[in-house]
Write a protein that binds this ligand. Structure first.
Ligand code: HPA
Length: 274
């Protein structure tokens, strides 16, 4: 499945992206900054289902950001939609098969730590995978480690590069721990207190399965959370997907210049073509 999808994508985009960027809910605007765009909807790739979530376009936008060949992914597959591990990990494996050695994952997340107000960005420096489903369950796949090391899931060099890129772009950025829960219901206040006690700074419903797959493939990973709301019980009022998307979009507007500054530093370590 991965091989056919990668082959189909390669034929369409005609470049070899070194960096694969996954955009979370409401962050689609970042794709507007891709130059020389080739757009490929998931529906045109063998084995790719259509995402079911509002705010997730379900397509790849290949092209260049700051001169670097990139594969930008709008929309992803979540466990809460009922997809299995094979589908949740499919886009990452496809990006890897195309040549991406660096994976940048973004998401919308609820802020748990008091300084993580809606609209802020958090670099993920570690995570809690509380999905209670193993993204690598099943037979070991080609080119993947059976027991990948997870002691440094987020690449220290990329973290440092992202921090200097944020400084350059004038974007405030802090580090923290992202907790993944299955969803799709938001948490209860008691669950948020439990997550805080467990060491989480932000909470969301994606990303960690993709990180696990990427690490099994040996990719370098950077993770960024757009804080779209106070986690349940910390703000006033109920949580709502529309609000989450609006705040994620606001945070996403600061992501675009930062990403550009980051890619200008050529984080995939390869010579650029063209
Ligand atoms: N909880 C879980 N997932 C989320 C949240 C949240 O508060 N905000 C955005 N995604």
């Amino acid at each position: 499945m991965v091989r056919q999808a990668a082959q189909a994508l390669r034929e369409r985009i005609g470049s070899r992206p070194g960096v694969h960027v996954v955009l979370g809910s409401g962050l689609g605007s970042v794709a507007d900054g891709v130059e020389d765009q080739v757009v490929v909807p998931f529906a045109e790739l063998p084995g790719f289902p259509r995402p079911t979530v509002e705010g997730h376009a379900g397509r790849f936008v290949a092209g260049r950001i700051a001169g670097a060949p990139v594969l930008v992914q709008q929309g992803r597959f979540h466990y809460y939609e009922g997809w299995d591990a094979g589908i949740v990990g499919l886009p990452v494996r496809t990006g890897h098969a195309l040549g991406a050695r660096t994976l940048v994952l973004t998401n919308a997340a609820g802020g748990i730590r008091r300084d993580l107000a809606p609209g802020s960005l958090m670099l993920i420096d570690d995570h809690l995978h509380l999905g209670f489903r193993a993204p690598l369950a099943g037979p070991v796949r080609e080119r993947e480690a059976r027991f990948p090391d997870m002691s440094r899931p987020y690449d220290p060099e990329l973290l440092a590069l992202a921090e200097s890129a944020a400084l350059e772009a004038g974007v405030p950025l802090s580090r923290g721990v992202y907790a993944m829960v299955l969803g799709p219901s938001f948490e209860t206040p008691a669950e948020v207190r439990a997550l805080r006690a467990a060491g989480a700074d932000a909470v969301g419903m994606s990303t960690t399965p993709e990180v696990v797959v990427a690490r099994a493939l040996g990719q370098r990973v950077l993770g960024i959370s757009m804080i779209s709301n106070w986690a349940a019980g910390l703000g006033d009022g109920a949580l709502d997907h529309e609000d989450v998307m609006a705040w994620a979009d606001a945070a996403g507007r600061t992501l675009a210049p930062m990403l550009k500054a980051l890619l200008a530093q050529n984080p995939d370590g390869r010579a650029r073509s063209g």
